[in-house]
Design a protein around this ligand. Structure first.
Ligand code: SAH
Ligand code: SF4
Length: 376
């Protein structure tokens, strides 16, 4: 129904806005908590079954809001079953992508299901190796549009969870659909600061999705003012910073943002962040053949980061269609890592699997895998 699609999502409302709405229909304020739980914890897809609310209240909600603003237009699963990608159409026609990645339990880690979310339709920052950057900026995503991506994937992950419970491969104590969220999909989360932070508050709410802040990672291209602001938020999330080069000349060639916030300012902001939060930063370094993968660049990176509480993720580039970049040879990643070790900078080289869904997804997946693997 076209009129229905253009209604805003109720997930854009804060708890107090939701309360004002509920009270406005004659309900007791205490019903708000129940409504919140029904939306985020029980993940109800329609207002109709919410019989704890009066008919008047349910009708008012239906007239003014939809629950999910996402229209899934494509869902793809990788052959190995580890990854799902969804492409959603938003009410105004914009398209965004979300990825769900499943990790088998290994030695010390339990089963993980990580969702990679988008925060903007397109991106204004124009990194030359990034498919989203080449599209340009379309618009900011709302809080509800960000949170709904996780909720959609919760439902998908919940389906395989039920199967595992039935065949005994998962016990009730391990039962949690989505365990981790990475803000590494389309767009720059810190350029949509308020909505990103509000969505984190909703994701971590213990009456809602209840995902631990320590299991959430925000990736930034390196915007200095919001990094400093984030340092004061008292949110124990993980921060990943896309560095991709150890010097300004190389970095500016692929990341236009470096002209505004050069490496010295960025690293200084990162050090302030670390000092204030006492949390390590993940530096992402996409290996671009012949561009930033020389051993002397590894040495420069080692000098830049030595003594900093951090972890470097070396990520093979996922070449974009018609893009100029090729992957570095496998040995190059190991040589890079060995050099960083000399400077006592911890790092991991990422290899990919299951990128058969298509290039766009492979890209999202590669990014998300790299950082998330280090997060508990
Ligand atoms: N805008 C944010 C978050 C989204 S991009 C940022 O730039 O950090 C998430 C990560 O994917 C970034 O580290 C980005 O540099 C990386 N990335 C972009 N294009 C890529 C590609 N083609 N191959 C591998 N990683 C890529
Ligand atoms: Fe934007 Fe991040 Fe892509 Fe750069 S890498 S264009 S900041 S989404």
């Amino acid at each position: 129904m076209p009129q229905k699609r253009s209604l805003p999502t109720v997930l854009d409302l804060s708890k107090s806005e939701l309360e004002a709405l509920v009270v406005g229909t004659g309900e007791a304020p205490s019903r708000t908590g129940q409504l919140w739980r029904a939306l985020y914890h029980e993940r109800r897809a329609s207002f109709d079954g919410m019989t704890f609310l009066s008919l008047r209240c349910r009708e008012a909600l239906k007239r003014r809001y939809v629950i999910s603003p996402l229209d899934p237009v494509q869902c793809l699963a990788s052959k190995d079953g580890s990854t799902d990608k969804a492409v959603f159409r938003l009410p105004d026609g914009e398209l965004i992508e979300t990825v769900l990645m499943r990790y088998e339990p290994d030695g010390h880690r339990k089963v993980r299901r990580t969702v990679c979310v988008s925060t903007q339709a397109g991106c204004a920052l124009g990194c030359t190796f990034c498919a989203t950057g080449q599209q340009g900026f379309r618009r900011q995503l709302s809080v509800g549009e960000i949170v709904s991506q996780v909720m959609f994937m919760e439902r998908l992950a919940g389906t395989d969870e039920e199967a595992q419970m039935a065949d005994g491969t998962q016990t009730r104590s391990e039962r949690q659909s989505v365990t981790n969220v990475v803000f590494m999909g389309m767009g720059e989360p810190l350029a949509n600061y308020d909505n990103t932070l509000s969505s984190i508050r909703t994701l971590t709410d213990d009456q809602g999705l209840h995902i631990g802040a320590r299991h959430i990672t925000v990736s930034t291209v390196g915007l200095v003012p919001p990094i400093l602001k984030l340092a004061d938020e008292d949110q124990p999330i993980n921060l990943a910073v896309s560095l991709h080069a150890p010097d300004n000349v190389t970095r500016s060639e692929t990341m236009p943002v470096n002209r505004q916030y050069p490496i010295e300012r960025l690293i200084e902001a990162c050090k302030t962040y670390i000092a204030k939060t006492r949390r390590r930063i993940f530096f992402e370094y996409v290996l671009l053949h012949g561009q930033n993968d020389h051993v002397h660049q590894a040495e420069a990176l080692g000098r830049l980061l030595t003594g900093t509480l951090c972890h470097v993720n070396l990520i093979p580039v996922n070449p974009t269609v018609d893009g100029p970049y090729r992957r570095s040879a496998r040995e190059c990643g190991s040589a890079f890592q060995a050099k960083l070790r000399e400077y006592r900078v911890p790092s991991t080289v990422r290899t990919e699997k299951g990128i058969d869904i298509n290039a766009g997804c492979g890209q999202l997946r590669a990014r998300a895998v790299a950082v998330d693997a280090e997060v508990l």
